[in-house]
Design a binder for this molecule. Structure first.
Ligand code: PMV
Length: 346
């Protein structure tokens, strides 16, 4: 135990899954493997202050942009309870956790992935002080593992720029416990791949991801879907190498629609797209057909659309977004993002 107080600041970005994680087992173990691009601009920045105390318990204050924010408490409390056996040193300190996001408030962009990854990077920085004898790989792996216990997909935000989470045959050293950097050759068309997030609906999520994952229990198509995710990771591995964007687009869009199909065919059932989500999808398809620009969409568990395109087409796609797609967004809002490198010590 270290006996003085101190602080760290880490940022961690959001990530966008191409092969989607949907369905989980006990202990935040994914029902299927997933693969994501780590993003660069949509980030959470978290400062963790630690102060030694004598009593052993979980103790923390929460701030959002410097102001007390109690609404995050249950989620953070649960996170500390889940990690306390793996990180017994957390019981020796009182923490003050101050977070801010680089993306607008209540934009409908989930901050749980970036937030849990940024907090976990801070906790591991403390572990490095308490127990400095491990390798850098150990700390990175453990940061991802802790992030997973906060929010599953957060484990993919510790590293960049392509991450696989969930044990699967086609990816060596893949694990259900943490995300690993995609370990194979990637074609240069994927360098600095762009993701513009169209904010179609900034309202509260209709279905939390916790409830969503549960809908995969007793889901009539679950087993087939889980198999498909393994197959899609294997296919995507070949596509990432070849750079075949036609195949990339087909796989990525199909994954997005499959995620939404799972929600439409569960009991209870949900439609998470809005009319403007479909308008945007149709506009993207039309634009792609007319221009042959390899742009495609993906979706999270909500109405917002992620527009994915190679860096080379940035100018024309961003013009198309501003001129043709922005009007389908709430207050014409969208955020340009791109592939990034994961958590950072600030
Ligand atoms: O990390 P969670 O439990 O919020 O789940 C997120 C699941 C999706 O965003 C819909 C898909 C994914 O793989 O990120």
């Amino acid at each position: 135990k270290i006996n003085n107080k101190g602080s760290f600041t880490f940022s961690a970005p959001s990530n966008i899954a191409l092969v989607k994680y949907w369905g989980k087992k006990e202990n935040q173990i994914p029902a299927n493997p997933s693969l994501s691009f780590t993003l660069n601009n949509c980030k959470t920045v978290t400062t963790l202050q630690y102060e030694p105390k004598t009593e052993k318990n979980i103790s923390f204050d929460l701030l959002f942009e410097g102001q007390p924010k109690e609404s995050f408490r249950p989620k953070i409390q649960k996170y500390f309870e889940r990690i306390q056996e793996l990180c017994p040193y957390i019981l020796d300190y009182h923490f003050t956790i101050d977070t801010k996001n680089t993306f607008p408030h209540s934009s409908g962009i989930a901050s749980s992935a970036s937030g849990m990854a940024a907090l976990s990077a801070n906790i591991i920085a403390l572990e490095k002080l308490v127990n400095p004898s491990e390798t850098e790989d150990y700390y990175l792996q453990k940061a991802s593992l802790l992030a997973r216990l906060g929010s599953g997909s957060a484990c993919r935000s510790i590293k960049g720029n392509i991450v696989v989470w969930g044990e699967t045959e086609s990816v060596e050293d893949s694990s259900d416990l943490f995300g690993v950097e995609f370990p194979y050759e990637v074609n240069s068309v994927f360098e600095n791949y762009q993701d513009t997030i169209l904010l179609v609906d900034k309202g509260e999520k209709q279905v939390s991801s916790t409830v969503g994952h549960e809908l995969m229990h007793n889901h009539p198509f679950a087993e087939r879907r889980f198999q498909q995710a393994h197959q899609n990771i294997s296919k995507l591995k070949a596509i990432l190498k070849s750079g075949n964007l036609t195949e990339f687009i087909a796989l990525v869009e199909s994954e997005a629609l499959t995620l939404h199909s799972m929600m439409m065919t569960s009991m209870p059932y949900f439609i998470l797209m809005k009319p403007n989500t479909l308008e945007i999808i149709n506009q993207i398809w039309k634009f792609r057909e007319i221009t042959n620009v390899p742009v495609c969409f993906t979706l999270d568990a909500g109405a917002n659309v992620h527009v994915l395109y190679p860096n080379k087409y940035k100018e024309e796609v961003q013009k198309f977004i501003a001129n043709e797609l922005a009007k389908y967004c709430q207050n014409n809002q969208f955020i340009h993002d791109e592939m990034g490198l994961g958590a950072e010590d600030l």
